[in-house]
Design a protein around this ligand. Structure first.
Ligand SMILES: *Cc1c(COP(=O)(O)O)cnc(C)c1O
Length: 359
């Protein structure tokens, strides 16, 4: 066999060992699997976006600095004036940029388990050693274990999602502060779900030289645009800028995001609706004897059933797609995750779950 027909000889073994990131087919289904905001933008705003798109100079490369978008983000997200902003094609790309920049031969990337799967995946892509410290059974941080690993491995970077995905909870803020103080490397607080939690480490940036705060517009209603950002000191961000590909954020994303950010209240009102639907869904799930519900500060709820696989498949037959986490980590045994949808979608989910549990 020619070497060119045999990937094993060329591709790195860590990559050969991965399974591709699996996105479930969702056409025609009620899609409650990916933490998307289910609401469209108001028609008048959509009209403005259409006009922006029509006149966008798409024959030109986008603004590589994106200063005017950064200014809009600064206003909308309350980024301290002395902090810099790095933009990514989604925050996934920012994780990758940071990992590439710190990937020295023996560098360690620390996170918790279960956490956002990309932390581990990107460590693998970039040849960094990954260490994942298991959470407690209630998904709180095991601070002692974290501090032990920090002292022993001295991770180049630690990623913590606040609230955490897929569990939905906020870690104890004081425990996070201890981790930041104990770390000789960077600590990135990933605030993808900040709009649904109301708390943030953004204001701590000025107090800790090794802290970085990451946000995304994806869970707020702009998942299709792909825009994430990192806020932090220029000393770090100017290094990451060297790794960022110059035109990673396209012109459509820049123009549309800036326009929508002039109407942040629209997104924040949608987030408020999602929070009140979350509370109803939480009450409903808690009323079911066969279900264990984990408290959520995000736009999804994690819950445990007797037979996750059965419920997941049965929901699919009811045309409802959620996320099955059973099998992804021992702490997530028999766990499912439902994203908060519109009131109508949530009702359909609850009705279907009720039917399935009582069959
Ligand atoms: C969804 C998610 C992201 C990725 O967001 P993008 O900006 O769409 O790449 C990052 N972190 C966490 C914890 C997430 O759940």
């Amino acid at each position: 066999m020619s070497i060119l027909e045999n990937p094993n000889q060329i591709i790195r073994p860590e990559i050969l060992g991965l399974s591709p990131y699996h996105v479930q087919a969702a056409s025609g289904m009620i899609k409650l699997d990916a933490m998307e905001n289910p609401y469209p933008l108001p028609p008048a705003l959509l009209e403005e976006i259409a006009q922006l798109a029509a006149s966008a100079p798409i024959n030109r490369y986008p603004d590589a600095r994106a200063d005017s978008l950064k200014f809009a983000l600064r206003q909308a997200l309350g980024i301290p004036s002395e902090m810099e902003i790095l933009l990514g094609n989604g925050s996934d790309e920012i994780i990758q940029i940071i990992a590439m920049a710190v990937a020295k031969p023996n560098a360690v990337l620390l996170s918790v388990e279960p956490a956002f799967a990309m932390f581990r995946m990107i460590a693998t892509f970039t040849n960094i050693q990954y260490v994942g410290v298991p959470l407690q059974k209630d998904f709180s941080l095991n601070l002692e274990a974290m501090l032990g690993v920090i002292a022993h491995h001295r991770p180049a970077v630690t990623f913590l999602a606040y609230p955490n995905n897929p569990t939905g909870n906020l870690f104890d803020a004081d425990a996070i502060l201890s981790i930041i103080q104990a770390s000789s490397g960077l600590v990135v607080i990933d605030e993808a779900y900040q709009a649904f939690a109301g708390v943030s480490f953004m204001e701590q940036l000025t107090h800790f030289p090794n802290l970085l705060v990451m946000r995304t517009l994806s869970k707020l209603g702009l998942a299709g645009l792909r825009l994430g950002l990192l806020a932090g000191r220029s000393g770090w961000l100017m290094q990451f800028e060297k790794v960022r590909l110059p035109y990673n954020v396209g012109i459509m994303t820049q123009l549309i995001a800036e326009k929508v950010l002039q109407h942040t209240s629209v997104l924040l009102e949608q987030a408020e609706t999602i929070k009140s639907e979350r509370s109803k869904m939480n009450t409903y799930l808690n009323s079911l004897e066969q279900v264990e519900v984990f408290p959520s500060n995000a736009n999804f709820i994690l819950f445990r059933v007797d037979k996750a696989d059965h419920i997941f498949e049965a929901l699919k037959r009811h045309n409802i797609l959620i996320k099955k986490l059973d099998g992804s980590h021992p702490l997530l045994e028999n766990c499912l995750r439902v994203t908060i949808g519109t009131p109508d979608e949530n009702k359909q989910f609850c009705t279907a779950l009720d039917t399935i549990l009582n069959q």
